[in-house]
Every structure is written in C-alpha cells, then in structure tokens.
Design a protein around this ligand. Sequence first.
Ligand code: G3P
Length: 214
Amino acid sequence: MKFFLDTANVNEIRQALEMGLVDGVTTNPSLLAKEKRDPQDTIREVLALVEGPVSLEVLATDTEGMIGEARKLASLGSNVVVKIPMTEDGMKAVRTLAGEGIRTNVTLVFQPVQALIAAKAGADYVSPFIGRLDDISTRGMNIIEEIIAIYTNYGFDTEIIVASVRNPMHVLEAALLGADIATIPFGVIKQLVNHPLTDVGIERFLKDYEGLKK
Ligand code: G3P
C-alpha cells in the first residue's frame, strides 16, 4: 500500500521523507490555508520536495474554470495531479483533462457509485472521504470495500486513495482491504510508528545491558 501524506506542511513532509514514508502528497484548499502563507510558495516547495504524485485542488466549480486551473497547475510539475470535486461539472472537466494527458484525482467521494462514475470519466485516482462518513455515524470503510469490488469487477485502473483518515485503525482497515493508497495526516503516521511496548522494550534492553558493566 502506498502512503501519501495529507498535508501542505513542508516540515511534516521533510520528516516523513526521512522515514521513507512519502509515496505522494495530497493537499486541499483547507490544508493550504492552514499554513498561513502564500499558497504558491507552499506549492512550489512541496513539488520540489516530493518525487511522487502531488494532488493540488482546483477552486473553480464550473467546467471551463476547472480545466483552465488544471492546465496551469499541471504546468507546475510532471508530478502534479489535479484534484477535481465529484460534481457534474467536475466529471466533464475530468474527461477533457484525461484526453489531454493531465492526471486527475476525483475528491469528495462519499458513495461507491460516485467512484464508478469518476473511473468511467477517466480519473486516475479517486478519494473517498472515510472520516467524514464516520463523523455522521456511517461506516466509512464500507465504501472502500465496495469501490474495490466495483473496480475489480470491471478492471478499472483508477487508484483508490483512502482519504479523510483520522486514526491508525483507518490505515489498518484500508491495508486489510487492499486499498491502493491511504493519504494520512502526519500525526497519524507518528501514531502508526510508535507503540508504548516498543519504548518500554528499548528502556529494558538498555537497563539490562547497563547492568552488565557493574
Ligand atoms: O484527504 C482529504 C482530507 O484532507 C480531508 O480530511 O480530516 O478534513 O476530513 P478531513
């Protein structure tokens, strides 16, 4: 399973890169705004740091506006993937962009047939938002299972990015289901790496070894 980092924070990206845990990055307007700096500077730095796909989202909501923005974003680097919202206008934009060889990630997907539609339109990636479904008492991970089944039935190449990941269990379940990618906030990456028994174990090994010197 590929690990994408769900962040626009370059320090977080640097730290995760050092651990070899950045197969790609996903951003969105909220994450860029959180950085409280010129988003263009952030985007430039992220693209320079990351070799893998970097998702950058359009702000336009109409087809022509999305296509125009997507072309500009795609010109920033060969690793840019343009994030397009799951709407009628968005699907028209995805179809045109696929024809131009511009890669897209269809975002804000909340039910499996939306993912089928995104794949038929020619999306390279689809981003079902798991945490936001859990927030409204709907088991988000169910739609991952169903999207995998649908894509397998018809042999779609569209990769599934498990998004809106909030905790280690989301990553575990995504991996057990065989999802292609999870896009994970840096805080959750740290939770995945650490375990209290690992810390206790290290402490005990060092203490026992110290005893040898006495
Ligand atoms: O990848 C999508 C993600 O950034 C949304 O996460 O936590 O705002 O639902 P969240």
